[in-house]
Structures are given as C-alpha cells and as structure tokens.
Design a binder for this molecule. Structure first.
Ligand SMILES: [Zn+2]
Length: 378
C-alpha cells in the first residue's frame, strides 16, 4: 500500500533542499506549494514567525479535513521538523547498491533527521487520497529550528494547531518504538570576576578567575550524576597574556534530568559550588540559569499510549516505550498542552556524515503512521 519508490523519490527530493536551522525557507516553500496544489488550507504559523525572528520561515501547518466515519473526530497532528544540522547544504543522496539504504556522498549529513519524517507524512497523505480511507481531520505540522532548541514546537500558534494528539516522526528504530518521556534541561551560563594584576610584579594583588573556576570544577559532580541526571561543562573561556592575572572567566554548561526534583537539586549544587569557590577567593560570580526543556513522562493510561499499544498488538509489533535524555519536538508540544509521542522515522546515525535512511524501516514506519490515522477506535 505504501508506494516505496514514490516515498524514496520524495525523500531524496527533500534532502536536496538546503535547510540547516534558521534557513528552513526552501523546505517551507516546497511544502506550501505541494499541499496548496492538492487543494488544502496551508498556513505559515505567525506566532513562530514572531517568536523566532532569526529564522527565515515559520512553522507550516496543513489542514486536511476528516472523511467518512471519522469526519467529526478530534484532529490528529502529524509532525516533523524541517531543519537539519550542519554540514547540511548541498546534500547528494544515493541509494546503495544493495538497495537497502539511502546515503549522502560523505561530505554532508543526509538529513534523514528529519526529512524521513516529512517524507512519511507526504506518503501517508498520498495513500489516504488514493484509497479513500476514512480518517479524522489531520493537522500536518512542519516545525522550524528543532535542532537548536526546539524553537518552532515551543512557539506554535495554539489557535491554529487545535489537535490534542500528535505523532512526532523523528525517532530511531522500527515500528513499535515510541519515545514517551524526556528530560528537564537547564542551560547555565555565567562569569567569574576576579581581579587583574601584574603576574610578575604583584600577583598577590590579583584574584585569578580561572583558578576560582578550576576550584569549583574540581568540587562539582559532573557527567553522569545518577541514573536520571547528567551535567556537562561545554565551554570555559579565559584568554589573557601570561603576565596578567586573569580577571574574567566565562563558562557555559548544561544539566539534564528525567526527574524535575533531581534537576533542580543538581542545578543548585552547581550554583552553590561556584558561589563557594568565588567566595573563598574573594571573586564575584555572575550566573544565569535558563530552562529550555520541561520533563515529561506520559502515563500509560493516556489514550495516545493506549491507542499506540493497541495498534502494535493488532499488527504484531513489539511495543517499546522509551524515556530518553535527548530533546525532541515532543517537549515543545507537551509544553503547549498536546499529548505527543515520538515515533521512529527511519534514519540512523543522525548528525553524522555516515547518516543513512534504512529503506525497509522507513517504509514500515510509514505504514505504522497510516494505521494510526485509519484504525481509529479499532
Ligand atoms: Zn530530529
């Protein structure tokens, strides 16, 4: 039923449209004209345009009316993100000789993350049209800037996107696999301000900011803090001539946890440790803590999980509900009051030059989406 050749052709067309984060316009225009030509209502989400002005497009929303028995059913959202990581421009896709994979030429990523998800949605719509299946109203949501902080999904126009159930097609693995939980994520940035002094003539008059930072780092719980919680320092900058006691050191770090209380406790530990070191040396600490993701863990009793599990049972798929510490658009949708799970798209080795599309899994995952939108209340 899924037209494999057509879906792969569409996938290859999509990956050849450049769309690294903030430059989604090419893919957005493609989708706009593709779905407008099919006669659907297509919108550019103006909330995302306003809230993410650095991007050259907003989220794209396509409204597909329900048909047959499900014409008045609640809408279902099918979602994928339009942006890719770098190096993602000038992708040259090809199918491997054994016919199993689509790969890039090795100089760029492929962009299966997440154009496999977009291609799945396009194929599902095509099959629905061909076979005249009954289905609920569908809201197709194509987001911007997922890779740089889930900006599009956090900033959707909830008056435009009205569905309360969403399948985000952006995971790894085959059918049956669903991401049902994600982390709290805190960004911590700041600077330690010591006192400059001549390193030879009057070092005792100075306070070395990098020494304060080192002291704090040596006392901090880092990396895998516990089963749920991680902490990493990504950047420490202190750049002075050697004859100057360095006045300022800046830093950037992150804390993630699947358990909000643990995340808060770890953030407090980081801040307290930095403050104690600053105090003991007589330095000053300036620090900012921002929360860019909110933890979620969907309860098994929710309809979206129940429906997904029932679909797995009907089609002999092994259900595998996973909780992961990485972010997906699910975090943004959940934040906006939408029940969402992340399903496998069909790629592997995301963000690497060896990224590839596993053709069989991609087709099977597309079939799974088709079941989810046609077997309602089965
Ligand atoms: Zn992705």
């Amino acid at each position: 039923m899924i037209n494999k050749d057509r879906a792969i052709k569409m996938f290859c067309e999509l990956v050849q449209i450049d769309s690294v984060s903030l430059n989604e316009k090419g893919v957005a225009s493609f989708l706009k004209s593709y779905f407008t030509n099919l006669g659907y209502e297509v919108y550019e989400d103006q909330v995302s345009v306003q809230k993410v002005p650095q991007a050259n497009s907003g989220n794209i929303v396509v409204k597909i009316p329900g048909t047959g028995a499900y014409v008045n059913h609640d809408p279902i959202i099918l979602e994928a993100h339009m942006d890719t990581v770098e190096p993602g421009n000038g992708v040259k896709p090809s199918v491997t000789e054994d016919g199993k994979y689509v790969v890039s030429d090795g100089t760029t990523i492929l962009g299966a993350d997440d154009k496999a998800g977009i291609a799945q949605i396009i194929e599902v719509e095509a099959v629905l049209r061909e076979h005249d299946f009954s289905h609920p109203p569908l809201e197709l949501l194509f987001t911007i800037s997922e890779e740089i902080g889930i900006l599009g999904a956090f900033n959707i126009d909830t008056n435009l996107v009205t569905g309360k159930t969403a399948y985000v097609l952006d995971g790894g693995g085959g059918p049956g696999t669903a991401i049902i939980g994600g982390p709290d994520f805190y960004d911590i940035t700041g600077r330690i301000i010591g006192r400059a002094s001549h390193a030879g003539a009057a070092p005792d008059k100075g306070i070395s900011s990098i020494q304060v930072m080192s002291d704090a780092i040596s006392k901090m719980r880092l990396l895998k803090v516990d089963e749920d919680t991680t902490t990493n320092i990504g950047r420490v900058i202190c750049d002075y001539p050697t004859n100057v006691v360095p006045e300022v050191t800046t830093f950037e770090m992150e804390v993630r946890s699947l358990v909000p209380e643990k995340a808060q406790a770890q953030v407090k530990h980081v801040v307290d440790t930095l403050q104690a070191s600053a105090d003991s040396f007589g330095a000053k600490l300036e620090i900012e803590v921002g929360q860019s993701l909110h933890a979620y863990h969907l309860d098994d009793s929710l309809a979206i999980i129940q429906n997904y599990k029932a679909m797995c049972e009907r089609h002999n798929l092994t259900y595998n509900g996973m909780v992961v510490r990485g972010g997906t658009d699910v975090s943004g949708l959940t934040f906006n009051g939408i029940n969402a799970i992340c399903l496998a798209a069909g790629g592997e080795f995301a963000h690497e030059l060896k990224e590839r599309l596993i053709i069989d899994e991609f087709v099977a995952n597309t079939q799974q989406v088709l079941w989810l939108v046609t077997e309602i209340d089965a």
